[in-house]
Write a protein that binds this ligand. Structure first.
Ligand code: ADP
Ligand code: SF4
Length: 669
C-alpha cells in the first residue's frame, strides 16, 4: 500500500549541521544491557532499526574514559582504538541502510563508582558516588577539567574514525556534565555558582567537539528541559541556560528532570508526556530539536512536528517494540505497528546488566545470535498440521508466527475471548495498554487464512488424540497457588484452605470477597500484588499489603516504578507491612511473622489474597507425553513474565523443522 500522504511530513529530510537525516524518525541513544561486551549483537540490533526505517540510529551511553565505568552495568566505550573497531561494525551496518549513526559520549562523574577500572570517581565536588556505593568522588581541579575536555575531544575523534555522523555531548540524566549544570554545583571557581559558570563546561565541550569533528559530524547535546523544584519540576533555569547556548550545537536532544516520567511506564505516564515540559525549547533555538514520549501513534508524531514542538520524533521503546515502525507508516501499514505497551521490561536489561528483552518484540537481541528478524520469518519446513492449545500471549504468538511461516494451524481457546492473562490483567488499574499484546496478534491472525481459531473450546486429551495434529503446542498457562508456597515459604501456610483465602485468578474472574479487612500477601515481588491491592482498595476495602521484602513490588525497581507504586499505595491508604510474611491463617485473621526477628503478631482479616507463586497447567502434557508430539510453551512450561511467554511461543515457531547449532543453540561472542 502507498503511504498516506498526510504522513509525508514525517519522511522529510532534516539537516543537522553538516549531515542530513533522511527522515524524522530518530532512535535516541538507549541502553541494551550489551555495551562493549557484545558488539556483534549490538551492531545487528541497531542495523535492524536502520533497515526498519529509522533515519538516525544512536548507540547507548558510551564511556569516553576509564574514569567513567558503570560496572556491573555494561555501557559501551570509546576508550581506545579497539573500541573504534567495535563501533565501526555498527556504523557500517547502519549506513548500509542509508541511516545516520550517532554516538552518545558519556561520562558518569559521581554516578560511576568505577568498579572495573578502579579509578577514583570524579565530580564537580567531593560527594557520594555510584548507586549507594560506599565511595565518594574526588573534586575536579581546573587541571582535571582541562584533562576531561581533552578526553572528550579524543573520544570524539575516535567516534569520527569509527564513522559516526552525530557525536553527543551528554549533559542530562545527572551524569558529569549535568552535575556541573545543576544548582548543587557550588564550586567557588568559574565552573560553579552562577548559571553562566555552571554552563561553562557544557559550552566549552560543545565548542571543543565542533572544532575537533564539526567538519564532518553533527554535535548534539542531550539536555534536560527541567530540574527539580519545590513543587515538582521547574524550567526557568534550564531555559536560561539553553538561551545562553541556543544555536551552538547542531541538535538539541531534550529530556526532562524526572526519569520516571521520561521513561515512564504506561501504568503511570501517558504517551507524549514530556511535551508540556519541553515545548518551549524550539522558541529559544533555531537548531533542530528531538525528544521522546513513547510515541506509537503516527497522528501524535504528526501533530508534534506540525505544532513545532519537535523536528525529529525521538524513540527508544517504540523502536524496540517495533524496529519497523517507520517502514510500516511509509508502506501504508500503520495498522501493523507493534505498539510498545509501556511495561519497561526492556529497561530491566540495563538494570539487571543482562541483554535487552521486550514483551512485544521477541526478536530483539536475537538478530545476530539467532538470526531472528522482526519483520521476516522463514517459510515452513514441512507440511505439518499444528494444534495450539491456549490463546494467551504464548499460544497467540506461536499461532501467529507458525501461521506466518505457512503452517496449517488450529488454535483452541477455552474462553470466549483470546488473550489469556493479558485479557484479564489489562482490566486492572493502570494496565489497559497491555491489551496491545493481544490486539496486535489478533490483527495478524485476521490476515492468516491458514490459522483457524476456535473459542470456547476446552480441549482434553481425547480430543487432542482425535485431532491427529503432527505437533501439539500446549500453551495452557499457569494458575496462582492458594497455599502460600513461594519464595519465603517452602511449605503450605497452615490454614490456607479456609474459603476466604483466594488468589489473583479468583479476583480477576470477578469472584466476590467477604467484607472486611483484606490482606494481600505479596511474595511475588513484581507488579501484580500491588495492582491487586490498588484494585481492592478502590472498591472501598481496607487493604494491607504484606511482603517479606523491605519495599512493595520490589522487582519493579528494575522497571523504574517501585517508588511510584509505593507512593500510589500509600496515597490510596493501603497499609504496608514490609519485612513480614503470613505465618498462619486463623479464624478472623492471620498471624504475621517478621522476616527479620521471627516475632509474631495477629492482624485481623476477612480475606487473604495469596500472590506467591504459580502452578503450570500442564496436566495434558503429562497425560499425553509419548503418545503425540507435544511441547509446552509460555507459563505452562515455566511461569514467568508476559515477555517470557511471548518469547517462548515465538521460539517454538521459529525453531520448528529447523536445525539448531549444537550444543548451545545460538552464536556467542
Ligand atoms: P501464557 O502466558 O503462557 O500464554 P495464559 O495463562 O495467559 O498463558 O494463557 C493460557 C490460555 O490457555 C488461557 O486463555 C486459557 O483459557 C487457555 N487454556 C487453558 N487450558 C485450556 C484447554 N484445556 N483448552 C483450551 N484452552 C485452554
Ligand atoms: Fe515497550 Fe515493554 Fe517492549 Fe519496552 S519491553 S519496548 S516498554 S513493550
Amino acid at each position: 500500500m502507498p503511504r498516506d500522504p498526510r504522513f509525508d511530513v514525517l519522511f522529510e529530510p532534516v539537516r543537522i549541521g553538516p549531515v542530513t537525516a533522511p527522515n524524522r524518525f530518530y532512535q535516541v541513544p538507549h541502553c541494551t544491557g550489551m555495551g562493549y561486551r557484545r558488539p556483534e549483537t549490538l551492531a545487528s540490533l541497531r542495523e535492524v532499526k536502520a533497515e526498519g526505517g529509522w533515519g538516525t540510529v544512536c548507540t547507548e551511553y558510551t564511556s569516553l574514559h576509564p574514569t567513567s565505568d558503570d560496572e556491573p552495568f555494561p555501557s559501551a566505550s570509546l576508550w581506545d582504538d579497539a573500541d573504534v573497531a567495535r563501533h565501526a561494525l555498527m556504523v557500517e551496518k547502519v549506513h548500509a541502510h542509508g541511516a545516520l549513526a550517532g554516538v552518545e559520549l558519556w561520562h558518569g562523574g559521581a554516578r560511576s563508582a568505577n568498579h572495573y577500572s578502579r579509578e577514583a570517581p570524579i565530580g564537580p565536588l567531593s560527594l557520594p558516588a555510584g548507586v549507594r556505593d560506599p565511595v565518594q568522588t574526588r573534586a575536579m581541579t581546573r587541571a582535571d577539567i582541562r584533562a576531561f575536555r581533552q578526553w572528550h575531544v579524543d573520544a570524539a575523534r575516535r567516534a569520527q574514525r569509527a564513522g559516526f555522523d552525530i557525536v553527543y555531548v551528554y549533559a542530562a540524566h545527572h551524569y558529569l556534565v549535568h552535575q556541573f549544570l545543576a544548582p548543587s554545583n557550588r564550586r567557588s571557581d568559574e565552573y560553579g555558582g552562577s548559571i553562566e559558570n555552571r554552563a561553562r563546561l557544557l559550552r566549552e565541550l560543545i565548542l571543543d567537539t565542533k572544532e575537533a569533528v564539526g567538519g564532518t559530524c553533527a554535535v548534539a547535546v542531550r539536555f534536560s528541559a527541567s530540574l527539580e523544584g519545590p513543587d515538582g519540576e521547574r524550567t526557568d533555569e534550564p531555559r536560561e541556560m539553553l538561551e545562553l547556548l541556543g544555536d551552538l550545537p547542531d541538535l538539541w536532544d531534550i529530556t526532562v528532570h524526572d526519569y520516571a516520567r521520561e521513561m515512564g511506564t504506561s501504568r503511570f505516564v501517558p504517551e507524549a508526556a514530556l511535551e508540556s515540559t519541553m515545548s518551549w525549547v524550539k522558541h529559544v533555538t533555531g537548531k533542530p530539536v528531538v525528544s521522546v514520549g513513547r510515541f506509537t501513534s503516527p497522528e501524535t508524531m504528526l501533530r508534534l512536528v506540525r505544532q513545532g514542538v519537535v523536528d525529529l520524533i525521538g524513540a527508544a521503546r517504540p523502536s524496540i517494540a517495533d524496529p519497523f515502525l517507520p517502514r510500516k507508516i511509509d508502506e501504508g501499514r500503520e495498522d501493523e505497528i507493534r505498539e510498545c505497551i509501556g511495561c519497561n521490561i526492556c529497561y530491566t536489561g540495563d538494570q539487571t546488566a543482562t541483554p535487552i528483552r521486550c514483551t512485544q518484540n521477541p526478536t530483539i537481541g536475537e538478530e545476530w545470535r539467532k538470526g531472528w528478524h522482526p519483520d521476516r520469518i522463514a517459510s515452513k519446513g514441512s507440511d505439518a498440521r499444528i494444534l495450539v492449545v491456549g490463546g494467551g500471549p504464548a499460544g497467540l504468538e506461536a499461532a501467529v508466527a507458525l501461521g506466518q511461516r505457512g503452517y496449517d494451524v488450529t488454535l483452541a481457546e477455552a474462553q470466549r475471548t483470546l488473550g489469556g492473562r493479558v485479557a484479564l490483567e489489562s482490566a486492572l488499574p493502570g494496565l489497559a495498554a497491555w491489551i496491545r499484546v493481544r490486539d496486535w496478534r489478533l490483527g495478524r491472525l485476521a490476515k492468516l487464512p491458514n490459522v483457524a481459531v476456535y473459542l470456547e473450546s476446552v480441549v482434553d486429551a481425547a480430543q487432542i488424540l482425535e485431532f491427529r495434529a503432527d505437533h501439539v503446542v500446549l500453551a495452557t498457562g499457569a494458575r496462582w497457588r492458594r497455599d502460600g508456597i513461594g519464595r519465603w515459604r517452602e511449605t503450605a501456610v497452615p490454614g490456607w484452605d479456609a474459603p476466604w483465602v483466594v488468589t489473583p485468578d479468583d479476583i480477576m474472574a470477578g469472584g466476590s470477597l467477604p467484607d472486611g479487612p483484606t490482606i494481600v500477601f505479596d511474595d511475588d515481588h513484581y507488579y501484580l500484588g500491588g495492582v491487586i491491592a490498588e484494585a481492592l482498595q478502590a472498591t472501598g476495602r481496607d487493604v494491607t499489603v504484606v511482603t517479606p521484602a523491605n519495599e512493595v513490588s520490589a522487582w519493579t525497581s528494575h522497571t523504574d516504578e517501585q517508588f511510584l507504586i509505593q507512593r500510589r499505595l500509600l496515597d490510596l491508604g493501603v497499609r504496608l507491612e514490609t519485612g513480614s510474611a503470613v505465618a498462619r491463617v486463623e479464624e478472623g485473621g492471620v498471624i504475621l511473622e517478621s522476616v527479620h526477628t521471627g516475632s509474631e503478631r495477629t492482624l485481623p482479616a476477612a480475606a487473604v489474597v495469596m500472590v506467591t507463586a504459580r502452578e503450570p497447567q500442564d496436566a495434558l502434557f503429562h497425560e499425553l507425553g509419548g503418545r503425540v508430539a507435544i511441547e509446552r510453551v509460555g507459563d505452562c512450561l515455566a511461569p514467568g513474565t508476559i515477555a517470557t511467554a511471548v518469547y517462548s511461543g515465538h521460539r517454538y515457531a521459529r525453531e520448528l523443522d529447523t536445525q539448531l547449532p549444537e550444543p548451545v543453540g545460538f552464536r556467542r561472542e
